[in-house]
Design a protein around this ligand. Structure first.
Ligand code: URA
Length: 209
């Protein structure tokens, strides 16, 4: 079973409180989502493999560490996931970005994919799927289905706020996927919002309503 990790670093928790506040405007919301994602990426990348290379410093030759093995792809679930891409690219600038778009059928409430564009070598990459809210888990499950269908095998899911319902559903459907969250909240309300959550992450990132 993949791990479920709530990242309780004080900086992450402090910044999460800033964006949960309903009085936080779009500019600060966007900036702080970016900062939280960078702080999370530092730890999400903790098990990236290293290899030795020979280099020369201005003083002498040395054997030094460099990242090896799988390259990274950051894959936001549209639209809110876009707000988390740059925060990861700041630390892993060689990563490529893919995009997965989902819409929710108005009648069945089931998510469907409408757009998938991924790096050609996705099966060789360590994939970080990003979406600020893990609510029912429906979009995350479908996005990871879409990735696996196209050959991805090494997938981590990174969100800001999670609900117990979404964590359970995602772990049941994709037990191999590690889940990282800045918080595990209480529950989903009847409209599918996380309580206490932070509202609609897409609207708050992009200033829509
Ligand atoms: N999506 C959001 O943006 N917010 C929620 O609370 C749940 C899903």
């Amino acid at each position: 079973m993949g791990k479920f990790q709530v990242m309780d670093h004080p900086l992450i928790q402090h910044k999460l409180t800033i964006i949960r506040n309903k009085n936080c405007g779009t500019k600060v919301f966007r900036e702080v989502v970016d900062e939280i994602t960078t702080l999370m990426a530092y730890d999400v990348a903790r098990d990236m493999p290293l290899e030795d290379i020979e280099i020369e410093t201005p003083i002498s030759k040395m054997t030094a560490k460099t990242l090896s093995g799988k390259k990274v792809a950051v894959v936001p679930i549209l639209r809110a996931g876009i707000g988390m891409v740059d925060g990861i690219l700041k630390l892993i600038p060689a990563a490529k970005a893919g995009h997965i778009g989902m819409y929710r059928d108005e009648e069945t409430l089931e998510p469907h994919e409408y757009f998938v564009k991924l790096p050609a070598d996705i099966e060789q990459r360590q994939v970080f799927v990003v979406d600020p809210m893990l609510a029912t888990g429906g979009s995350a499950i479908m996005a990871i289905d879409a990735l696996k269908k196209r050959g991805a095998t090494n997938i981590k899911f990174v969100c800001l706020v999670s609900a117990p319902e979404g964590v359970k559903a995602l772990r049941e459907k994709h037990p191999d996927v590690d889940i990282y969250a800045a918080a595990l909240d209480d529950h989903l309300n009847e409209d599918g919002y996380i309580v206490p959550g932070l509202g609609d992450a897409g609207d708050r990132l992009f200033g829509t309503k």
